[in-house]
Design a protein around this ligand. Structure first.
Ligand code: FDA
Length: 400
């Protein structure tokens, strides 16, 4: 079996496959290795099986990183439109769901096929069922120009460049490992703090006593954490909170932080209650809240905020104002997250300070590249993470 390559890519996820195709299209002899028995497992489960493959609004502001400017260069050189052109070239039906999110109309398998066909068309080789044991550097003058060796169960492979595209720690049951972070540390590169992100948040016993029974109830809300706000549904679960607004907020949440939930972003509830009182309403506050939310949720709010019974008209204006304000700024302190078993991504990764923003090459280790989720660039929910995978892969594939 051929064991000398221009480029070896570790990891055949979205980033690794796209990088290999890009490099091979430039005439580079590229090999992609993966321990999985099937191509694109994560792509297949993404977007509920329809892969939200990009977001037409993707820009640096949609990513979390120690260096918020790092992603700018790669994102501007391979844009969502560029990926959409590729999707059209392969005749894949797609649609926009909301907020610029582009999904396959039929199945995420179309994106896996696109990547496989691009690799095959350009002449990149993909080897599955290949466990990567170790890698290291070697003297090019003694190894036919190779700067690295990669050890697999089938023996050593050699390459001028190695691109690490082994992803993050999320969903270990489909093959996630810490290999990329280990390789970075082995070469003396810093890895920032890692945490599960785009994940549900777990809540303590006091919260669960009141809201734990509401599993499945969702409420249109704005969730704010560390200065970032997200307007979408929150979903009550038997362990705490989930739903798109919570998943987005989890990217910016650190242990001990509070999240602030506005339960009625479109209508000021203090104004609403005062207007109802002025109109002479003798309804209970609980009844009025049940008209806006659901009866079960209103019942839980009565317990949480100690909302008194009796006719609204008898309540003091000040008390109604205070209650309204509480419902617009509900302060909650989650106790944890759903963990890597549930998280869509891993926040943090190989420090951007170690990498060229133009090529994703390690500044201290010529020929070694890191792309995709293994890098400390983590996108919001909504197609941003795949767009980073494509853009960082295109940047490295054009220069490795
Ligand atoms: P990825 O994890 O895809 O690939 C890494 C590859 O490396 C894997 O194939 C793995 O087997 C291989 N590997 C790891 N360790 C290895 C080792 N030791 N030896 C050999 N091979 C090894 N994003 C988005 O933009 N839109 C969406 O709709 C979704 N939906 C979504 C749903 C769910 C359930 C999850 C978990 C995630 C998403 N995401 C998403 C996130 C998105 O899937 C993710 O950010 C990208 O797939 C990352 O691509 P990478 O190629 O960097 O890593």
């Amino acid at each position: 079996m051929e064991n000398r390559w221009d480029i070896i890519v570790l990891g055949a996820g979205g980033a690794g496959l796209f990088c290999a195709a890009t490099a091979a299209a430039r005439g580079r002899r590229a090999l992609v290795l993966d321990h999985a028995d099937r191509l694109g497992k994560k792509i297949l489960i993404s977007g509920g099986g329809r892969c939200n493959f990009t977001n037409t609004g993707a820009g640096p502001a949609n990513y979390f990183s120690d260096n918020e400017h790092f992603a700018k260069s790669a994102l501007s050189r391979f844009t969502p439109q560029d990926f959409l052109e590729l999707v059209k070239k392969h005749g894949i039906p797609f649609y926009e769901k909301k907020f610029g999110q582009q999904f396959c109309r039929d199945s995420a398998q179309s994106v896996v096929d696109l990547l496989k066909n691009e690799c095959e068309g350009a002449g990149a080789e993909i080897r599955l069922n290949t466990k990567i044991e170790k890698m290291g550097s070697c003297a090019p003058e003694e190894n036919g120009g190779a700067r690295f060796w990669v050890r697999t169960a089938e023996g050593n492979l050699y390459a001028e460049s190695v691109v690490v595209a082994t992803g993050g720690l999320s969903i270990p049951k489909i093959g996630a490992t810490d290999l990329g972070y280990r390789i970075a540390r082995q070469f003396g590169l810093e890895v920032t703090e890692l945490a599960p992100a785009l994940v549900s948040l777990t809540m303590g016993d006091d919260f669960l006593r009141v809201f734990g029974g509401l599993s499945g109830v969702s409420v249109d809300s704005t969730v704010t954490v560390n200065g970032k706000s997200f307007r979408e549904n929150i979903l009550f679960t038997h362990t705490g909170l989930s739903g798109p607004a919570i998943l987005q907020a989890s990217l910016h949440w650190f242990t001990g932080d509070a999240i602030i939930v506005d339960l009625s972003p479109d209508l000021r509830l203090d104004d609403f209650l005062l207007a109802e009182k002025k109109a002479g309403s003798r309804k209970e506050i609980k009844t009025l809240l049940a008209e806006r939310f659901s009866a079960r949720f209103a019942e839980a709010l009565v317990t949480e905020f100690a909302i008194p019974g009796g006719p609204l008209i008898e309540k003091a204006d000040q008390k109604l104002r205070e209650l309204g304000q509480q419902l617009h700024a509900w302060r909650l302190v989650p106790v944890g997250t759903g963990g890597y078993g549930k998280a869509e991504v891993t926040r943090g990764g190989v420090s951007t300070a170690e990498l060229s923003s133009k090529t994703l090459e390690a500044k201290k280790v010529p020929g070694l590249y890191f792309i995709g989720e293994v890098v400390d660039v983590t996108g919001w929910l909504g197609g941003y993470n795949f767009q980073w995978a494509w853009a960082s892969a295109a940047a490295a594939g054009s220069s490795s």
